[in-house]
Design a protein around this ligand. Sequence first.
Ligand SMILES: Cc1cc2nc3c(=O)[nH]c(=O)nc-3n(C[C@H](O)[C@H](O)[C@H](O)COP(=O)(O)OP(=O)(O)OC[C@H]3O[C@@H](n4cnc5c(N)ncnc54)[C@H](O)[C@@H]3O)c2cc1C
Length: 490
Amino acid sequence: MFQLLQSIQMLGSNSSGLLPRQQSVAAACSLSKFLVGESTYLDSSSSGYLNASKENWSQTCWLEARCIVRPTTATYVAVLLKVISFMNTPFAIRGRGHNPNSGFGSIDSTGILIDLSLLVQTDVSADQKSIKVGAGNEWMDVYKALDSLGLSAVGTKEPVPGIVGSILGGGSPFFPSMYGFICDNVKGFQDQVVLSNSKVVYANANTNADLFKALKGGGPNYGIITQVELYTVPLHDVWYGFNVYNSSQNAALLQALVKYQELSASDPKAGVVFTLVGSTTVVGFLYAAHAAKPSVFGSFYDIPVATSLVTPTNGTVQQLSTLVGELSVPGTANRHIFGISIKVDAGLYQDISLNYAKIATNVSSTASLILSYQPLTAAAVTASKNGQNSLGVQPQAQNWLAGVMSWQSDTDTASSQDNANKLYSQIQSLARSQNLLLPFEFQNDAAFTQKPLQGIGQPLLQSLQTVSKKYDPSQTFQNLQNSGFLLSKK
Ligand SMILES: Cc1cc2nc3c(=O)[nH]c(=O)nc-3n(C[C@H](O)[C@H](O)[C@H](O)COP(=O)(O)OP(=O)(O)OC[C@H]3O[C@@H](n4cnc5c(N)ncnc54)[C@H](O)[C@@H]3O)c2cc1C
């Protein structure tokens, strides 16, 4: 109680702007602790604090916030935003902490970390056409909840990313040609968007439709989402297989990838995961039905395989996502990512792989660089109901390249980030010089050094700015949010 009285006293003085920043953050933490409750509050004196500071996927995000608050309802989030606005306190929002850019879902001692991990639920509607999930859920929770019903939802390929974070960045799923992007499969943010003035509002196709569209790919710029309702899809049975090839096959593999992109234009059930991993290349063949050797992957079938990582299997979406998680980059590490999109061209794909090889073989011994080619058909962009989301993807076949650099030792941070940035710049120059560069940069794969909102096109950007000013007139999310792809930093 004494602490609270002190905080309130400080609040009074802060309204005249007299309180030094550190004291103001301390006061905001004390007040939050009192209002939200001790059981959902952590600071450096709490036993679980250090572990909670290290929940982010990348060690580059293991910052020590002044306090970590874990609200359990939208009302608690509203109270926190009231404190934050009044005290002028820097803050960051963490869903599942899978964005590896330092400061996005993390903040140091200058601010409060709002950790949404306790907001978990999976409620399937009576007609099974939708599922309500919390801001603290990961995609595997959804796949599990729907599996026994013979259904799934359109989410990330790996099981662990946060649902809301992936939607705010648009979201790349297994089968984009069938259902579009992840954000296109949101039914609504029902009574669960907390605005900076602490009002809690609906956002769906009929109510606050401008906000609804902005939240689908427009970044973390408008409010804190505590719950989202997703459409379910009648997809349960899938076919998949994963091969490892020697990188000496890359020219043939990349030709095959281009051929696959042509064929998959008329077969929306097809999906491919294609990743350069040092001196090997891993290719996953995915099909949205039980099958046996689908012909759409025919261009790959004659290329010599080094190892069959996963023999062709008929399984379920849940099993496929679990498997992709198991095959993924393991363990804790520092990470730096980048995303860039290009037009379809075998020569460019090959040039990029050669540049990749030069850089990947010269990284530090504790580091590794991988590069994924994510092929998209024009049908994927059309299926995404372009115009109803805020991605600004051009309706043509394309490839979203994603680089991930991982390293262990802090002494390798600068060189690792430099190497990843170097590959990004080389790809950009190569593609631009051949008139094959696209302006779109996928937020979920983009580095903090990139400006993906610039790539969505001026009219869309303008409309996002209008939405931001309408729903956040005090511009709290621009001025006090620690980092992220913010409209004010575009
Ligand atoms: C292993 C791995 C696999 C991945 N696979 C895919 C994939 O297949 N497809 C794909 O599209 N992406 C993928 N991603 C990228 C992932 O979707 C993004 O990094 C996403 O931002 C993660 O969301 P999060 O809640 O886990 O992250 P966080 O770091 O917690 O949040 C990311 C951003 O979203 C904001 N945010 C999060 N929740 C909320 C909320 N409730 N309200 C307001 N703002 C919020 C945060 O402030 C932050 O700016 C993958 C990432 C990893 C690490």
